[in-house]
Design a protein around this ligand. Structure first.
Ligand SMILES: NC(=O)c1ccc[n+]([C@@H]2O[C@H](COP(=O)([O-])OP(=O)(O)OC[C@H]3O[C@@H](n4cnc5c(N)ncnc54)[C@H](OP(=O)(O)O)[C@@H]3O)[C@@H](O)[C@H]2O)c1
Length: 259
């Protein structure tokens, strides 16, 4: 097989949580272009329909699955529905996550802490468990967890340390499960993005342009990431090209962690 053929995903089916916008949509686009059928999961039907239209317009095969992955129980329901509807899922990209709160630790209500841990860690555990189990039976599969450089360093302009904590735990979950599943044909890796110019971040930086300048100054490349700059890595981790790689947490941050 030629090296470029190793990146092809023809005949594979991938499920991308949070695949209707942001980094998830760009990863879904990459997987589609490589030949996979992609199931995108999100809460909002209109976002999903728009994303499916965009993926199909690019020649891809995409299906929407509406679900809220705010917590482990919701994730169990989504996985049950996906396994009922699709005969096999070869690749899962656990991309849903986020910060959404800005409480200093001394003021953080317990239920707000739990919400962020559920959103960034627990639902990803559930999707890995339930969608990974049939991969183990078939002896081929790929789990790709979307962590963050916030799992390695505390964010300066924002609080809400439940985010950093759950992303660090997601990175360690990735490594530990990768070890368990290494002899069963299923690889488990993670992507740790730095700050990307997703639509949500663009809106935020429009309100607070000084923050964008402040963050850019911490990046050796001097700029933030464009969402499409994540797609190639997702295709690599989903494909045969990464066959000897498991338990890696790959940082994509313009060099942010170097300083
Ligand atoms: N953007 C960055 O700079 C950055 C940096 C480091 C790490 N990350 C990580 O990368 C991942 C993606 O981030 P992003 O910035 O691309 O996010 P985003 O722009 O907020 O997109 C989130 C996607 O997830 C869906 N979603 C959100 N909450 C959901 C829920 N409870 N259940 C199901 N779907 C949900 C959204 O669709 P609906 O709203 O329709 O549900 C959308 O498709 C996250 O895990 C984030 O922590 C991002």
């Amino acid at each position: 097989m030629s090296v470029l053929d190793q990146f092809r995903l023809d005949g594979r089916r991938a499920l991308v949580t949070g695949g209707s916008r942001g980094l998830g949509l760009e990863m879904a686009r990459g997987l589609c272009e490589a030949g996979a059928e992609v199931i995108i999961v999100g809460r909002d039907e209109a976002h999903l329909a728009e994303a499916v239209k965009r993926l199909e317009a690019g020649g891809g095969r995409a299906v929407a699955l509406q679900a809220d992955l705010q917590n482990g129980e919701e994730a169990e329901r989504m996985c049950a529905a996906a396994l009922k509807k699709f005969d096999k899922i070869d690749v899962v990209v656990n991309n849903v996550g986020g910060r959404r709160i800005n409480f200093p630790t001394e003021d953080m209500p317990l239920d707000e802490w739990r919400k962020i841990v559920e959103l960034n860690l627990t639902q990803a555990f559930v999707c890995t468990k339930l969608l990974g189990a049939p991969m183990l039976e078939r002896r081929w599969g790929r789990v790709i967890n979307v962590a963050s450089i916030s799992g390695f360093v505390a964010g300066k302009p924002m609080r809400g340390r439940s985010y950093e904590t759950s992303k660090a735990a997601l990175a360690m979950f990735t490594k530990a499960v990768a070890a368990d599943w290494a002899q069963h044909g299923v690889t488990v890796n993670a992507i740790a993005p730095g700050t990307f110019l997703t639509d949500a971040n663009r809106r935020w930086f429009k309100e607070r342009p000084e923050l964008q300048t402040e963050i850019e100054a911490t990046v050796p490349m001097g700029r933030l990431g464009e969402p499409q700059e994540i797609a190639g890595l997702a295709v690599y981790l989903a494909s045969e090209a990464s066959s000897y790689m498991t338990g890696s947490v790959v940082v994509v941050d313009g060099g942010r962690l170097l300083w």
